[in-house]
Design a protein. Structure first.
Length: 139
């Protein structure tokens, strides 16, 4: 099985990594996405895919890793039935959070949508960038 890598963003005062941890093995529904590009990314997610968990607005940093445990299903918070949600569970907290500033200043990953499309809340991450960010978080 080919695993894909993603980045999901949440404002920590709305849904934080600590709340994600508390959701346990059953995980939490990743819903409320109303951008079509981000929603299309949710639809592409496969069970077992890994996502960086990014605190947006407050902190602006990657703080952990979550795993997709259920693929796209109708988002109950969308009254018009156009958007989807996925179920994700906590995998690990990064030893050292990776700030947006660090990402911008690392040439090998400065191409990421996190910089180019800062409003996008769900985005793909290529394997090379995934590995670089993981390595950065352990230094």
């Amino acid at each position: 099985m080919k695993r894909n890598y993603w980045l999901v963003k949440s404002e920590p005062d709305v849904w934080s990594i600590d709340q994600q941890i508390k959701s346990g093995a059953k995980g939490a529904t990743w819903d409320g996405v109303r951008n079509y590009q981000a929603a299309n990314n949710l639809k592409k997610m496969q069970k077992g895919d890994l996502c960086f968990f990014y605190h947006s607005n407050i902190g602006k940093e990657i703080v952990g890793i979550v795993e997709v445990i259920k693929t796209a299903f109708p988002d109950k918070t969308d009254k018009k039935g156009r958007f989807v949600a996925v179920q994700i569970k906590f995998k690990e907290k990064l030893k050292k959070p990776i700030s947006l500033e660090m990402i911008k200043n690392t040439k090998e990953i400065s191409h990421l949508p996190l910089i180019k499309q800062s409003r996008l809340s769900v985005m793909p991450i290529d394997l090379k960038s995934w590995k670089i960010i993981n390595k950065m978080s352990k230094i």
